[in-house]
Design a protein around this ligand. Structure first.
Ligand SMILES: O=c1ccn([C@@H]2O[C@H](COP(=O)(O)OP(=O)(O)O[C@H]3O[C@H](CO)[C@@H](O)[C@H](O)[C@H]3O)[C@@H](O)[C@H]2O)c(=O)[nH]1
Ligand SMILES: [Mn+2]
Length: 745
């Protein structure tokens, strides 16, 4: 990529520009000035802590200061690493209208292989996967260059059946989309916007509904009934599901559902390839979750089409703009950028169906939209919505690591029909579960193994090898996915991320020194910010409990109002919050104050729940005590839950230890606020002063305001989503034990 100096457009004498990259100067200057000021305040805080530690008033004060010091060290570390996202804020722009002219000179559009992963027909309804698939098959891209591969880790005949139906429907749907020049090319999204009228629309809508009905029926029955099977080849494919076939133990299944060398849509036009793959599974062989699925896709697609460009998608990430591949090519096919180093183009994860206030921070704006604009060598990989150069999976830009057989090399040109016996037999071999034994797959080649966040880990390794990336963030979302709408699902997803990030943090590649050496200071810090992300649990937990317990005991642990350090605390707190708010508002897309407030609340909630529990689970796993897997997030939309979510009501309902800690934090903040205010009033009326308690009272007040939905769920609601009584009782008990324990000490 071009260096981020000022605005640089990619035009040369020979062709019009395809992209430009602009440094946001004013924002950069403001961020840098603020960073400098803040950086002076942090040592002052540590000076204050050390001074207190050297002359503590009581033993309790010494312990409290030590814990505060620990919390503040982590906060300072997080602050330093987060600056790496703020010093070079940039904005990229693409000019897809110029693309055709440019690629015409270089042999036309490159072939594109799309990978879609699904893992469980119960949590990921096949109709959802079908919609994602249809939306990308309908891309405005030469159909003879486009192949869509669906990986089914659930090994489910139900999913295969849904795709047989989808292949038939596609022959009507694709010409319908291009004739009407639709933007929404996922049928569900298109019909949901209620466009009725016109016999043609009614006809195709009926066709879609009847397909949906059949798939729904088959999924409900859990079996494909004979009457649903139309062609012989479908019967043959489905007959692979014998009694011995289970999702953990089965041979590889590869079905070419559409073949662009012969299949045509109803208007006689070529259709893209559509290939179903369920890699071989055996209980005794580790399959490396999604990374394993993607590597199987890399190999099988290499044998069949071997396109130089690859798009990876999660099963719920529908295309929302048919021109997206062209946008990605504005970078990947730009003759004026340094082609030999650009590894991937990442689009942000954006979501549909988020409620108005975004109560669970489903948007993850900082992670998916704000931070990537500031990463110097380009964003990390987010697992979905990312266009890769196939070559980037085979070693550094300058030193290719060849695969074990030449047919898998990115340089290889597959010959012959994609359905020839030889091709399919080789594809079957590379989809075998033992195929990777004694090869470089997962380590030097392909998506990387060893972390539950295979996306983050793979991006890190690619960038360490010298690949660069680009963040492409058009106004209209390129893809739209589903965010979980139930608090426990959100927390479990984030817990999985926390565990995966720690797996990277404590590997050789997670070391900050390694990152800095390979990618430079700022990129090293950016990646460190993420891999140590779960450490947020330390300061958040300390600040959620410690000052409050001290307040309950009338113990002052922060400076008095009249001391200069009081202002220091106020500046550090308000400064960080104000900057976060400014970043949020400037990022656009539903940037309301309310959303920001809910976003910061979720940070606090995650701090005492999933980050803390993720750290514990990671530790237990490292000690060999427990094991953990990839717990797929449910994409099923329960009607009642959706309604509640749309109203912005928090959903607790589950008896989870995470909720116990959360409830305990909420209770202790409330109780300590009340007690603190009473103590302050008593002291003042007795002629004394309560200046030393002011910061603690303010903090408890902040905790209480943030905990409002938790109090409601504990004391004011009677619906299924309220906090289970058991959780409330256990946490109240924990708080009283803490209180008595500390007051006795
Ligand atoms: O063994 C597995 C497990 C998962 N998946 C697929 O992986 C995708 C992501 O799974 P999901 O449960 O939706 O996880 P999220 O936490 O929502 O996903 C985020 O985090 C993951 C890493 O934990 C990344 O892989 C994703 O791209 C990223 O969107 C889905 O399409 C699954 O079907 C598989 O193919 N095989
Ligand atoms: Mn997901």
């Amino acid at each position: 990529m071009v260096a981020p100096r000022s605005s640089i457009a990619s035009a040369t004498a020979n062709h019009p520009p395809l992209n430009s990259r602009k440094l946001l100067r004013r924002r950069a200057v403001l961020n840098r000035a603020f960073a400098l000021t803040y950086a002076c305040a942090i040592p002052a805080l540590f000076y204050h802590h050390v001074k207190t530690l050297l002359h503590p008033a009581t033993a309790a004060n010494a312990v409290a200061t030590l814990l505060l010091l620990l919390a503040d060290v982590v906060l300072a570390f997080m602050w330093i690493t987060s600056q790496s996202f703020r010093l070079y804020p940039t904005r990229n722009e693409e000019f897809p209208e110029n693309l055709e002219k440019v690629v015409a000179g270089t042999g036309g559009f490159p072939a594109l292989d799309v990978f879609i992963c699904t893992a469980d027909p119960n949590k990921e309804p096949p109709m959802g996967v079908v919609n994602t698939t249809l939306s990308v098959m309908a891309y405005e891209y030469p159909a003879e260059k486009l192949s869509v591969y669906v990986s089914d880790d659930g090994g489910s005949e139900l999913t295969l059946f849904a795709f047989m139906e989808a292949a038939r429907f596609a022959s009507h749907w694709l010409p319908f989309c291009s004739k009407r020049n639709l933007m929404d090319r996922s049928p569900e999204a298109y019909f949901a916007s209620n466009r009725c009228g016109g016999t043609e629309i009614d006809k195709i809508k009926m066709m879609y509904e009847s397909m949906k009905e059949r798939v729904k029926h088959v999924v409900e029955k859990g079996k494909v009934a004979e009457e649903y099977i139309i062609e012989d080849r479908e019967r043959r494919a489905l007959s692979k599901w014998t009694d011995e076939f289970t999702h953990q133990n089965h041979p590889a299944v590869i079905e070419v559902l559409l073949d662009n060398s012969k299949d045509r849509d109803i208007t006689g036009n070529v259709m893209p390839n559509l290939i179903y793959l369920s890699r071989e599974k055996s209980k005794n062989v580790s399959h490396h979750f999604k990374a394993g699925a993607l590597n199987a896709l890399l190999r099988v697609s290499a044998i069949i089409t071997n396109a130089p460009i690859i798009l990876t998608l999660d099963c719920d990430m529908c295309s929302n703009d048919p021109k997206t591949p062209r946008r990605a090519l504005c970078y990947l096919a730009d003759p004026s950028t340094n082609q030999s180093q650009l590894g991937y183009v990442q689009f942000p994860q954006r979501f549909q169906g988020i409620n108005e206030g975004d109560i669970y921070c489903g948007d993850f704006k900082r992670l998916f939209q704000i931070n990537p604009t500031g990463m110097k060598n380009g964003p990390n990989y987010y697992g979905t919505g990312c266009f890769f150069r196939r070559r980037s999976f085979f070693g550094a830009p300058s030193a290719m690591v060849p695969p074990e057989i030449p047919q898998l090399s990115p340089k290889h040109c597959p010959k012959g029909l994609i359905q020839s016996e030889r091709t399919l037999a080789l594809a079957q071999t590379v989809a075998a579960c033992k195929y990777e034994h004694n090869t470089n797959w997962g380590h030097m080649v392909g998506f990387r193994y060893g972390s539950l966040v295979e996306d983050y880990y793979t991006g890190l390794k690619l960038q360490c090898e010298g690949w660069r990336s680009v963040f492409c963030h058009p106004e209209r979302a390129a893809f739209l996915g589903n965010a979980p709408i139930c608090l426990i699902d959100v927390l479990n997803q984030n817990k999985r991320w926390a565990i995966g990030l720690l797996e990277v943090a404590f590997s050789k590649f997670g070391l900050i020194t390694y990152g800095i050496q390979s990618m430079g200071l700022l990129m090293g810090l950016s990646y460190a910010q993420y891999s140590f992300w779960p450490m947020w649990s330390v300061p958040i937990t300390v600040y959620a409990f410690l000052p409050q317990i001290a307040l309950l005991n009338g113990l002052s642990i922060f400076p008095k109002v009249s001391e200069p350090c009081f202002l220091l605390y106020i500046f550090l707190f308000l400064g960080a919050y104000a900057q976060d708010l400014a970043d949020f508002i400037l990022a656009g897309h539903n940037n309301t104050l309310r959303r920001w407030w809910n976003d910061q609340r979720m940070c606090l909630i995650r701090g005492v729940t999933c980050y803390a529990f993720g750290t514990i689970e990671y530790t237990l796993k490292s000690l060999g005590i427990t094991a953990h897997g990839f717990n797929v997030t449910s994409k099923v939309l329960d009607d009642e839950q959706s309604k509640k979510y749309d109203k912005g009501v928090f959903e607790f309902g589950a008896v989870s230890p995470m909720f116990m800690v959360l409830a305990a934090a909420a209770i202790i903040n409330l109780v300590s606020l009340v007690q603190g205010l009473m103590v302050a009033i008593v002291r003042r009326s007795g002629g004394g002063d309560a200046e030393g308690l002011v910061l603690q009272i303010l903090l408890a007040g902040f905790g209480v305001v943030n905990s409002w939905p938790i109090y409601e769920a504990m004391f004011m609601r009677s619906d299924k989503g309220r906090m289970p009584t058991k959780v409330t009782l256990v946490s109240a008990f924990v708080v009283s034990v803490l209180y008595t324990g500390v007051s006795l000490a």
